[in-house]
Design a protein around this ligand. Structure first.
Ligand code: PHE
Length: 473
């Protein structure tokens, strides 16, 4: 059975595919927005620390579990726990979470596609207007765009791991990098851009509050695609002679560099557009920042470069975000697909059809919950706020269950599968691994402070989101 399992064609292919998953809307929008609102350099510093001390060991653990078991997350938890039903449940959570995150990520990707089409067709002035976001999220064109996005993702996934996922990452990732660098060079030449660079790069340590710390950790977790079963699944497609720890380091470095460079584009652009900006008071959500603030910045460029070039720059930006979103979407949908193939013995095509039916249906309802259908828009209320279906899914799966999955993988690897087996797996492809500092650190951290820190954040999120109670004031 495992000899028929598909594999990535090369170590580089695997690294690009994993980086393609990690680099997404979270890096290009979530990170710069969070950095702008949470003290610039202070946020950047905390983020970098978390990537190294917490996220890297968790990433290594997920990849190792996947490769050892050569299975999807449910299969992996089951096999490595010798069919313990408690751990199988943890595996199931790692299938349901990506499925639900795929639903809200699809909705965002569809919006981005509409903005891309609007900026390419010369409507930058319209998307920069106050009415645009409201119009777009209730426009019938959304359904057409959803079909385009779904068809594209299906087209990639139907070709499988090597010819679909890996090939796409090999094309889209370098293209994304080139576009990003071009945009940064352009933004840095704008007036007043250096004020933004300064705010971004020089940390003001007084700005490190509990909220900044907690936001930095959630952002790092999401950005590196942890807790979603993705790296377990991708790990199951790598060969035994691949050095996992070395690959994980490269994925973390790529993801963090892209987030860092995206900050270098967005923060100076904000300062240049509005020199008296107080970044702490920027609009509250990433969604409104990308969809209403950024188009305004691009439109403002017309005074220096003219409307045509301003539209071209906006188009490149949305194309960049769209590429990043597609490679992330592909990775997250592959998780339930691999589950259906391994556990339910479905063919890849059948598994994809099952997935697209259910995820498509839910994504449709979620799209309608952004204002089009009242019942779904004010579906429920908790923590003192009214919540739509979109809010409910993001609160439950992105904010709450994601860190819980992170906690479970640490406990699983340290106390059930055991550190010694982790080291054995990591030594394949890197015979000296267990003597390295990283090995000792990974074993220690996974068993001790990572579950504690992630556990505290989990409890804080549950209290704050569902009960409106703030531990940290
Ligand atoms: N790491 C992605 C990002 O930063 C998050 C993600 C990955 C979301 C895969 C969905 C699927 O945007």
């Amino acid at each position: 059975m495992s000899e028929q399992r598909e594999h990535f064609g090369s170590r580089m292919g695997f690294i690009l595919a994993a980086a393609g998953s990690a680099v997404g809307i979270g890096n290009l929008v979530g990170f710069p927005v969070n950095a702008a609102k949470n003290g610039g350099g202070a946020f950047l510093l905390m983020y970098a620390i978390f990537v190294i001390v917490i996220c890297l060991p968790v990433m290594i653990a997920e990849m190792a579990v996947g490769r050892k078991a050569a299975k999807n997350p449910v299969g992996a938890y089951s096999v490595l726990s010798e069919n313990d039903s408690k751990w199988r449940l943890a595996g199931l959570l790692s299938i349901i979470t990506p499925f639900m995150i795929a639903v809200f990520y699809t909705v965002l990707t569809v919006w981005i596609f509409v903005y891309l089409v609007l900026s390419v067709t010369g409507n930058l002035d319209y998307i920069a207007s106050a009415a645009a976001l409201g119009d777009v999220i209730s426009s019938p064109y959304l359904f057409l765009s959803m079909i385009v996005v779904a068809a594209l993702v299906r087209f990639i996934l139907v070709s499988g791991v090597k010819d679909g996922i890996e090939k796409t990452a090999k094309i889209m990732m370098p293209a994304l990098f080139v576009m990003l660098i071009l945009l940064v060079i352009f933004v840095l030449t704008l007036d007043n851009a250096m004020a933004g660079v300064e705010y971004y790069l020089i940390p003001d340590l007084d700005k490190i509050t509990p909220k900044v710390v907690s936001n930095a950790l959630s952002q790092a977790f999401f950005s590196l695609s942890l807790g979603m079963g993705i790296l377990i699944t991708y790990g199951s497609y790598i060969s035994k002679d691949t050095d996992i720890a070395g690959s994980a380091k490269l994925v973390a470095i790529t993801d963090t560099s892209v987030a860092f460079i995206a900050g270098l584009m967005v923060l100076p652009a904000i300062f240049s557009f509005n020199p008296s900006v107080n970044p702490g008071e920027l609009s509250d959500s990433g969604v409104s920042l990308i969809f209403s603030y950024l188009p305004k910045i691009f439109l403002a460029l017309q005074s220096t470069v003219g409307y045509f070039f301003a539209s071209a720059i906006a188009s490149i930006f949305f194309l960049l975000v769209f590429f990043a979103a597609i490679t992330s979407l592909v990775s997250i949908i592959e998780v339930p697909v691999s589950y259906l193939m391994d556990e339910k013995k479905q063919t890849r095509k059948k598994a994809l059809n099952t997935m697209f039916l259910w995820a498509g249906l839910l994504a449709l309802l979620t799209t309608l919950s952004a204002g089009m259908v009242d019942f779904l828009t004010s579906l429920t209320s908790y923590g003192g706020k009214s919540k739509s279906l979109f809010d409910l899914i993001t609160d439950m799966f992105y904010d709450t269950i994601l860190p819980l999955n992170g906690l479970l993988i640490c406990l699983f690897v340290s106390y059930r599968w055991k550190s010694q087996k982790l080291n054995e797996e990591l030594s394949k492809g890197n015979p000296n691994f267990s003597k390295t500092f990283l090995a000792k650190y990974t074993n220690f951290a996974l068993a001790t402070f990572i579950p504690i820190v992630v556990g505290v954040i989990f409890i804080d999120t549950v209290a704050r989101t569902y009960f409106g109670y703030n531990f940290f004031g």
